[in-house]
Design a binder for this molecule. Sequence first.
Ligand code: C2E
Ligand code: CA
Ligand code: CA
Length: 764
Amino acid sequence: MNKDNAKKGGNKSLISLLGRTAFLVAIMFLIIYIIVVLASSGEYFNEFSERSAYILFDRDIEQVNELAQENYEYIYGIADKLKYADSREKVEEIMASYIGSVYVGDLRFYSQGKAYTSAGTYVEKEFSGNELISALSVSMSAGCTDIYYDELNEVYCIAFFVPVRGSVYVDGVLSIVPVRNIINLDNVLRDNTDALILIDRSGRVFSEACSNKFSSFYTVGNDFYSFINRFVNDAEGVIEVEKSMRLYEKTVCSVNTIGGSYAVVMSPVEAFEGNLILISVSGVEGLVAPELTYVRHVANISIITIIAFVIGSVCAVIYYKKTQMDITDANYTDNVIGCANAEQFRNKAGSSIRGSNQSYAVAIFEVRQFRYIEEKLNEKDLIDLLKHIAKVIESLCDMRETYGYLGNGRFALLLIYASERSLKDRARLVEAVVNKHPILGKSKVRRNFNIGASIVNRSQKHTVHEYLNFADMALEKSKNNINLPYVIYNEKLNTERAHNDIIETEMESALEGNEFRLFLQPKYNVADDRIDSAEALVRWFDPKTGDYRFPGEFIGLFESNGFITKLDHFMYIETLKYLSQAVERGEKVVPISVNVSLVTVSAADFLDFYIENKKKYRIGDNFIIIEFTESFAMGDHQKIREMVDALHANGIRCSLDDFGSGYSSLGVIKNIPFDELKFDRMFLASGMDATHDEAMLRTLFSLAKSLGMRVVQEGVETKEVFDNVVAMGCDVIQGYYYAKAIPVEEYKLFINMNTSIKYKSKVK
Ligand code: C2E
Ligand code: CA
Ligand code: CA
């Protein structure tokens, strides 16, 4: 069992460790994930939220605009220099120095309304677009023409005119630049862009730049429409691109080609007054590559996090379940004795009963006089004893049986039931083994348990709880009768239980209402042939019926609910009252013995109560005898002896009642100076004619007498038994043969009128 626990513990800590590690990993990854997301969100997510092709395009168009701006500035720079030229030659010289620059293209200057090449050659006829140029030069204000087609050179051009202020030799400077020269798309081409194409609205290509990868597959050519038709191999894609061009606003189309998917981004170029469209063509894969990588990272992290969380959660669930099971185990185990508690017993027994067709009985084994034992033993010894009993029971239970501890010295057992006899044999076996325990062995008690059992009746479908209740009723019955150690539940007991409930509700008011009455049973002194003494016995008067209830109905119950102490005290006081009144009136009195229950004796004020009240009622010495039950003798002999000595010192005699009823207490009669030994009626029950019993009783009588004790035989009912007992040397005889227990008034008559055995009580 311990090994199992250790293994269970090991597994559990491993699971807990795994779970924690997994959670740690998960949390670590989550933190990394958050850091990565936060750190990169600016870079990636802003881009990602827009379409990344747009971003690239926006960057491109900025560059194009910048280039156009640069070109303007370049020409302004030339115009500025021309201001300071102090001759026509100087103008020509400055102009000539710019020839060959990509920015200026065909450079001219105007002097007095006429146009000259940079080398000073007069330009007679403007080539196509001359209207635009003329308009510009006439306006004498800075300006740029639309793109126009130079038929002579077969090139698209833009003309920039910048007036030269403050010069007498030159009016202004004109630069006719092929669009290709201004917009060198090679500079703009980015890693992620495969082609940049500048077209006009009719699809004519002005400028283009392609990545190496792209140019080895595709050539753009002059006509964008024909390029698209060659390039795009899905009809929808072609239609979409053409539609976007007609829309003439920033659009993105995705197209499929044999080389993969491309994003085609179109945007009107404002710097050229909107008559050009810049197109960027980017492989989708290339475009989304960094985002994809990023997404992949995020995905990886997420997957690891999820896995870690799953492992962590699984471990947590297992750990939680195991812990729950442990807690449940702990909840179901009696933490002092370490065996199943009531709840677990009910569960286990319930499933055993449901799980087979076996005949079962539910039994309760209650340690006799447990309250007393509990008080007398120290905690360690008590736990030891209970553990010992649990161990014995466990070793005697087979696989199909189970047991548990209910508390208060009560063990519940589910036993296989074959017959009443076999059940009793089992109980006897448990008892015999339990008796080997040093504490119980020392007390030499033959019967250590009160046992109640209830046979499982499958047709009734009772719960284990109900069976335990039935067994408990049977147990109560066994407690009330020393000669009934094993009682098996039957319907009658149920009525008894109900009866007990009524008694419990009535007992307090019965005590207050004087329903408990003192009866006295005279005892006969053989040597004197007259009354020896009397025993005080309780009767409960029932005003409703006018009858008396006998102690057998309620003493056991009062012992278990503690009310017996109140009753014993009441009976004692009643006895004292009677004696003191009788003495006062000068009536004849003989000693009276009172019964004290173990519960009463165990109370801390026991000695005080009995001694002080004897004084209070001024009762002479030796008129009170206290009858201790034999079970009392199983306690610590030293303490009992001290108690008996204290009573003796205060003129109270002590009697050991019910000798031979269940306890083998030869030791106690040897160790404790009782004044009297009362032999149980049981000795007579086996038949007085058996010579064997007779010999034993005779021996016991002489043993008691040799120890200085008077011998009282209880339950003598017939002349035959009376004669026998007398012949064996009994000193005092109590029994119906001499007298029954009678009310005080009747007792007074008895004591005054008659003392001889020859006289027969009228009340017999
Ligand atoms: P006990 O102390 O052994 O009392 C003797 C019992 O045997 C009495 O029963 C008495 O009526 C009965 N008895 C006497 N002679 C004969 C006989 O010849 N034949 C038979 N069959 N019985 C006889 P009772 O009065 O019913 O009392 C039963 C038990 O109740 C007593 O047994 C005693 O243990 C207990 N008891 C009675 N009164 C008190 C009390 O005030 N305090 C306590 N603690 N127990 C009491
Ligand atoms: Ca008695
Ligand atoms: Ca007795």
